[in-house]
Write a protein that binds this ligand. Sequence first.
Ligand code: AHM
Ligand code: MG
Length: 331
Amino acid sequence: MYTLGEFIIENRDNFPYSTESLLRLFSSIKLAAKSVHKEINKVGLTKNIGSSGKMNIQGENQQKLDFFAHKTFIESFKHRNVVCGIASEESKDIIIINKKKNTLNDQYIVLIDPLDGSSNIDVNVPIGTIFSVFKKNYSCEKKVTINDFLQKGIKQILAGYIIYGSSTILVYSVGNGVHGFTLDPSFGTFYLSHPYISFPKKGNIYSINNGNYEKFSNGIKKFIEFCQKKDKNNLYTSRYIGSLVSDFHRNMIHGGIYIYPKTELSPNGKLRLLYECNPIAFLTEQAGGKASNGYERILDIKPCKLHQRIPFICGPKNMVFKLEKFIKEYE
Ligand code: AHM
Ligand code: MG
């Protein structure tokens, strides 16, 4: 059974940049993920639960574990001399990392949602970390700027997530399929458990927060009605955890569409383009699926700001095409 490090080395030809950089990036991600895994597994026993009493940049109540995960990932990236800038859901501005002496690879930038699915933290429901990596736009000599972070999703060189569920799994892609590694907590090692994950050809799950139904547009309402009209050719069923990583992970394995549309109250949807939708869209496409905002491909959207929100749909191609047809017809 491959460890993550062995798998990266074995498949180094699939990563067009330096293997050393990729190993260093993963060294940061693995270490922080293990630390967050450990803390999450103690929920109920430590004081690291509940609200931190602060609001994050999104105006949302920050949980203590949100902040713990943010700090842990940032520190871990800082120490491995491979990243020159970080954007996090929990930080208003980009974090610039000063170049250390003898640093060869300081040209990568990371965008991260350190702990996604905050509302599920304290109640033992799976939550996740989502990450996205780009190469810095300009030469190594120039300091990193906000423009390095506002690149189209298509330019991601690495994207992935960690799901802290019944087991902790790290899933990633560098553009050559999607691979999942399960943490063996007794050794602290991630082993390849899910090579080349892809959406099943036929899916029957739809995942949407039905509590917002009244505020959805007509296209979305009609799609939900279609899913609920059961007959022998239409066996849709609904599953919604309210934690993007968990909903996506299940849908990618069992076959399902995830939808967080715009609503009357949130005309841009809820999810953030840069550190939630882009990495999940990259994985979606690598797993043979399709990700869109209802009209256009997520990975082709030019971001205009760091914490930009966007309506988000991802899943098997046929299901996403179907929903886009409803949107076109009824909106
Ligand atoms: P968060 O980053 O504050 O945790 O919010 C993102 C989460 C997603 O994981 C999830 O899919 C969505 O919000 C659920 O939102 P809602 O509770 O409105 O259904
Ligand atoms: Mg989030």
